[in-house]
Design a protein around this ligand. Structure first.
Ligand code: HEM
Length: 115
């Protein structure tokens, strides 16, 4: 099993001479990569000691970049620090369906009562 690293630990490594970042719940030590990054030092420093998943994906990194990352992988983000995504879309759909159901029953009953 790969090493689990807590968010608190990652946060301690937020300087240009000691730089860890989280991408897709994996932790990377990019200290040595900083001055090689084709996207510049600033972009990496902007997510120093933090989760850079969104920024990483927004750039649309190539498969080459993804292969490069493996070299800097040092462990996985601790399970207790992994954010569970609230499935907002599903909740919205469920609420919508229930509302629609109630409205239909109401309309149906009203229609029947008239006859
Ligand atoms: C270990 C992690 C990373 C690796 C190995 C990596 C690697 C690369 C590589 C190889 C490129 C050249 C273009 C490509 O092949 O896609 C690139 C471009 C770039 N990267 Fe990263 N990157 C990493 C993390 C990040 C993060 C976390 C950010 C943002 C916070 C970032 C921002 C950028 C930007 C802005 C460019 C320039 C895109 C352009 O010129 O169009 N990178 N990166």
């Amino acid at each position: 099993m790969s090493k689990e690293i807590t968010l608190a630990t990652v946060k301690e490594h937020n300087k240009s001479n000691d730089l860890w970042i989280i991408i897709e719940n994996k932790v990377y030590d990019v200290t040595k990569f900083l001055n090689e990054h084709p996207g510049g030092e600033d972009s990496l420093l902007s997510v120093a000691g933090r989760d850079g998943t969104k920024d990483f994906i927004d750039v649309g990194h190539s498969q080459d970049a993804r292969n490069m990352m493996k070299k800097y992988y040092i462990g996985d983000l601790a399970a207790s620090d992994i954010k569970k995504k609230v499935p907002l879309k599903e909740i919205g759909l469920a609420v919508g369906a229930i509302f629609l159901g109630i409205t239909l029953v109401y309309l149906l009953k009203r229609g029947l009562a008239k006859n």
